[in-house]
Design a protein around this ligand. Sequence first.
Ligand code: F6R
Length: 607
Amino acid sequence: MCGIVGVLGQHEVAPILVEALKRLEYRGYDSAGIATLNDGHLDRRRAVGKLINLSDLLVHDSLPGKSGIGHTRWATHGAPNVTNAHPHRAGPVAVVHNGIIENFREIRAQLAEKGLHFQTETDTETVALLVQSLIEEGKSPRDAAQEAVRQLDGAYALCFLFEGEDDLLIAARQGSPLAIGYGDGEMFVGSDAIALAPMTDRITYLEEGDFAVITRTSVEILDREDRPANREIRTVNIESSQVDKGGHKHFMAKEIAEQPRVIGEAIMHYLSDDGRSVELPGKGIDFTAIDRLSMVACGTAYYACVTAKYWFEQLAGLPCDVDVASEFRYREPPVPARTAALFVSQSGETADTLAALRYCEGKAATILSVVNVPESSIARESDLALPILAGTEIGVASTKAFTCQLTVLLMLALKAASDRGRMDADTLADTLAKLRALPSAFNAAMEDADDIAAAARKLAEARDILFLGRGLMYPLAMEGALKLKEISYIHAEAYASGELKHGPIALIDKHVPVVVMAPRDALFDKTTSNMQEVIARGGRVLLITDKEGKRITHGDAWLTLTMPDIDPLLAPILYALPAQLLAYHTAIAKGTDVDQPRNLAKSVTVE
Ligand code: F6R
């Protein structure tokens, strides 16, 4: 979390820094700040809350200079106030940081013994003070930064600016992503390529342990052993316009609406020319050489994996484990040799998922990933990275990335089923033909968006909401509850429908609406029996089903939303739409900040 940027420019740098921070705001929005050098003189401006507050401040209190660094914060150590906002400054050095310095207390104690005083509660200020003290011992800015970085434990992407050094930025990466951008007589540093997109498309991604010394005309990179490192300069393809709302009120609304197109693109990417089989890039994967699949992810991506477990096990007969990344490596699970380890991540930078991937390196037969950002650390460290092609996702609540993850995972499961002789060629071709029709089903379902919005306005009055589903609808119920709670702040929990009577049914009364996801699949009768148990206890049910499901349940539910008919295998992808729209319209009714809900950030690069 936190977004950082650095610029050695030819023009006034403050507006460039603010524009880059705008593109990084998805990483955190507790506070923002910039520091610049003007004729060698270091100064900074910082403001609490969203970037707009910093922009407003700069209107009245401008910050000249052609070199600078900037930061948008997701608070870890210390409250989100101006004092704790980055850049942190100590004497001649200013620094921005993404990550957590785990040994900051020890370093702080050593510096305190030397008589240095701390102004903030942050771990980052320790880095600035450490560099300052090393400069005061006679070291050059470069040597002081290098020595300081050597002493740090934990995760960091750092960018330093020094008083009197108009043509110098120092950057270091360990555990948090960092990229260097090449301009024409200008140089940039950013947490990702999106931040730098308006300035340059020529990017070098720093690797773990890298330390970079940057001037307007040169970049010197040293690896963790202090050896000169030759890192590739890639040309990345990120449209500056991708961060526009495209006429929608919110990024989330835009991203929901984009789903038919991006799902269609993901399908076509993996479909063979004759449309009858699934083709993977590069060497692909031979599922006959695999006995077990271990999937690891966080949040929404985790629910995509839980859904995929049903597909891999039912279609391909491939045993699957699914783990929440933050629990995975500390459990020290054995990874048998014929295991494929699969990591799912929109950002490709989630710290826990990346750490789980590294745990599996050298243990699993192959490391696969399903990612949205092809240049991300998770993609780069996989044997095979499968892009989901959702395009940039800005809304903090994941929508199109989830349905594209599901689409790619289903295609992977179909390939596994075919490789393992569990699905014949004609059945595979039929299933793929149905999958190709999915974008049209999405378009048809969107025509009923007004009904969903009306239902959401009723849900907005509740304090607690339960989501129920069985089989493939159970993980979707979990995703629906997550979506709702993260943007509407209504407490929502999901249960497997059959589990309700083992305890949670005690919660049911007329004040707790229950959302039941029930397409007419093999489990429909069982799910609707559980629904009747809720209704019998005075519970109000919002049933999401198809036309026949509505007919069979005779309007017993408090509200019914009707979805287009869909093959049960594909239902979790299509039924994600009403789950997303319910959350979106509930949040609108409650007046919350849909795209930037409180306490959250889009890219979670700390453990
Ligand atoms: C919820 C949401 C999060 C992410 C999670 C993993 O809407 O977006 O739960 O799914 O933080 O992030 P990635 O997919 O980037 O690894």
